[in-house]
Design a protein around this ligand. Structure first.
Ligand SMILES: Cc1cc2nc3c(=O)[nH]c(=O)nc-3n(C[C@H](O)[C@H](O)[C@H](O)COP(=O)(O)OP(=O)(O)OC[C@H]3O[C@@H](n4cnc5c(N)ncnc54)[C@H](O)[C@@H]3O)c2cc1C
Length: 643
């Protein structure tokens, strides 16, 4: 470490042996008496897996919950798109799994940039998540004898991924949604649909409410509460093209950052190796082909650069199964960051396939030959159908063409062990926090984390916060709310008042290109400096030349996007700044200056074994970086190897 641990970041990790920390912490935490719980009102923003599971659990405990979301139904949250599965260390496959192994794989998979205590807790509660979901009726795949089935995901040598065909997120979300709706029925949870949180209200330094815009009639509303739980998902859409749902955005988290919540490791972005490649300038969305496909699909490119023959005419000996060649022990199931970089490397050398040369093959011929088409259809039928609908090619007959794309953000609001941000009373759950995945998330671990946070962590830690006292009653009529409402109205007026020539999506597309070219899969000092300058210029033009047609008092998608894109400019610059300062390669952050002779990521633990948490210092000032030193007492820091 070249600087001391920041005094502003107290991770509140409990003392004691790793395996006992969570139990001890739960025992040491204060409780809220059952009859006092109904005196508290909790604001939950977002009802994807993290938010719906939190709202359901907190309602069940007896708290009053107000749940806000931008969609018309909680079932439309981005979580519904999750395909491949959810990890848990049940060891049903009897292949050597354990809490300890899931913990170890996650720390190693994250390239040693996550907090040990959080990750261990995640592995511990993973087993309870599966029990909870089964009890709710989530239809996980089963073996012939009835036991839940497992498959493998990247970065693990055991099969620990529970799944419901290629629709795991949908089924889990239906489970959480039903549990939440039960509480809606009892009156403990109140839903506020089609509301976008546009700001946070703090009183005496504590989070006490939010300002929302009703997306249907434009009304700006103030809502008070005793704590605010942000469950608003990730910010991958900043890159314009990503696998995220179109409505995923960074606004709520970003506005909280500007109210004092530090933003941790913003540059840690996951580029997923198996997505349908970009086919032209017209696209606004990329489609994921689940990692589960790498259980049976083999990745290859032609051995010879520029080989344009169709795949069926390229004989075995003229193919390079480069993942199997480079990483014999993990083969096609290396973690995402490793697989993505390897795909980029072969394409950069001219071996890429398809019209753009920016694709590699994912080939099921061998598996179909071995298992039969029916088995493959049973495992991945809906994914194959989706691929065929988009590309017009039949993947049972010809290999899929895939290429890496932005998929997930490991960075997010900094939280302590209790999931509380640096603003007291503001908690962050699910993808919008930075907590458990370090510099690279392993496949099937996001659903696990979102549900761990919502079902099993926050119910304890929020009680400890509320029981700490000092929460006087506040009302949305108070001056503090009015002031923030006026600021929100002012900002909307400003966006509408520019009356320039370019619409927000046009700016967004250009921002996305700057980000992908310079803050994407490969990053270097010159590119990152260029990104900071170019983002600054484009942002200036945005505030001079933006065109937002329509009214503020009706459904106005342009206005919604305009606010989000304005936030993307600021967050994009912070991402570039964070990537520039981190002079090492780790996980999804690949600084080209720091690589081994074999092209692998080269960490610099003596300098960078810390979480970088950025503090907003004002629109005209540079943000200040704080460091949370990461201590590894239970795993040995090693060069990651999947060979
Ligand atoms: C295509 C795809 C497939 C995936 N497959 C898997 C998988 O198989 N396994 C796995 O573990 N992970 C997977 N992931 C990752 C995983 O789906 C996400 O990380 C996870 O679902 C995020 O859940 P969440 O609850 O944190 O947020 P989300 O599900 O994104 O929910 C966000 C919620 O916040 C609301 N919201 C957002 N902004 C605002 C605002 N300003 N005001 C009010 N409400 C707001 C939204 O309405 C929504 O309700 C996949 C991701 C993608 C893109």
């Amino acid at each position: 470490m070249n600087e001391q641990q920041s005094k502003k970041l107290d991770s509140k990790v409990p003392a004691g042996p790793l395996a006992e920390k969570w139990d001890k912490h739960r025992f040491d935490s204060k409780l809220v008496n059952p009859s006092n719980k109904r005196k508290f009102t909790l604001i939950v923003v977002g009802t994807g897996l993290a938010g719906a599971s939190a709202a359901a659990s907190l309602g069940e405990l007896g708290y009053n919950v107000k749940a806000f979301f931008i969609h018309d139904s909680p079932r439309r949250a981005h979580s519904i798109a999750a395909q491949g599965g959810i990890n848990a260390s049940k060891n049903y496959a009897n292949d050597g799994d354990s809490v300890w192994r899931l913990f170890y794989d996650t720390i190693k998979g994250g390239d040693y940039r996550a907090r040990e205590a959080n990750v261990y807790r995640l592995a511990q509660v993973s087993e309870a998540i599966i029990d909870q979901c089964v009890a709710q009726g989530v239809p996980f795949a089963r073996e012939y004898g009835g036991v839940l089935a497992n498959r493998s995901f990247g970065g693990a040598q055991v099969s620990r991924t529970f799944y419901a065909r290629g629709q795991t997120g949908q089924q889990l979300l239906l489970g959480a949604y039903q549990a939440m709706m039960r509480q809606v029925d009892t009156g403990k949870v109140t839903l506020f649909k089609r509301r976008e949180m546009l700001d946070l209200v703090t009183i005496d330094g504590r989070a006490r409410g939010i300002i929302t815009r009703n997306l249907l009639n434009g009304e700006i509303e103030a809502h008070e509460g005793d704590a605010v739980l942000l469950c608003t998902g990730g910010y991958g859409n900043l890159f314009y093209l990503s696998t995220n749902a179109m409505n995923s955005n960074a606004t709520a988290a970003w506005r909280c950052y500007k109210r004092g919540a530090m933003f941790a490791n913003p540059c840690f972005t996951q580029i997923h190796p198996t997505c349908i490649p970009v086919s032209g300038d017209h696209q606004s969305k990329l489609t994921l082909m689940s990692e589960s496909l790498r259980n049976d699909g083999r990745v290859w490119v032609p051995l010879k650069a520029g080989d344009k023959r169709p795949p069926s005419q390229i004989p075995e000996q003229e193919r390079d199964y480069y993942l199997e060649r480079r990483y014999p022990s993990f083969g096609n199931l290396v973690p995402r960051d490793v697989a993505s970089r390897a795909a980029k490397a072969v394409c950069d050398k001219g071996m890429g396939v398809g019209t753009t040369g920016q694709a590699v093959y994912l080939d099921f011929a061998e598996a179909i030959g071995r298992l039969g088409e029916a088995v493959i259809r049973d495992r991945y039928g809906n994914l194959f159908d989706m691929y065929e609908m988009i590309t017009g090619e039949n993947p049972y007959k010809t290999p899929m063409r895939i290429y890496p794309a932005v998929h997930y953000t490991m960075g997010g609001l900094w939280v302590d062990y209790n999931l509380m941000t640096t603003v007291p009373g503001l908690f962050a759950l699910g993808e919008c926090n930075f907590s458990d995945h370090g510099a690279n998330r392993l496949g099937a671990s996001a659903l696990m984390q979102g549900l761990a946070d919502g079902y099993f962590v926050i119910p304890y830690t929020i009680g400890n916060y509320l029981a700490g006292g000092g929460l006087d009653k506040v009302s949305a009529d108070q001056e503090e709310f009015k002031t923030v409402m006026a600021e929100v109205n002012g900002r909307i007026g400003k966006l509408l008042g520019i009356k320039g020539k370019r619409d927000p999506r046009d700016f967004h597309r250009q921002l996305g290109k700057i980000m992908w070219d310079n803050v994407g899969m490969g990053r270097n000092e010159a590119g990152l400096k260029t990104a900071i300058t170019e983002i600054g210029k484009l942002r200036e033009e945005y505030w001079q030349n933006l065109r937002v047609p329509g009214e503020p008092t009706t459904l106005n998608k342009y206005l919604e996007f305009a606010g989000r894109v304005a936030d993307y400019f600021e967050l994009g610059e912070l991402m570039a700044r964070d990537a520039l300062h981190r002079e090492e390669s780790c996980g999804g952050h690949f600084r080209e200056e720091y690589q081994t002779s074999e092209g692998e990521a080269q960490r610099r633990d003596d300098q960078f074994a810390y979480v970088a948490a950025w503090e907003f210092k004002g629109d005209k000032a540079e943000p200040e970086m704080h460091k949370e030193e990461l201590k590894f007492e239970n795993v040995e820091l090693k060069q990651r190897s999947y060979k």
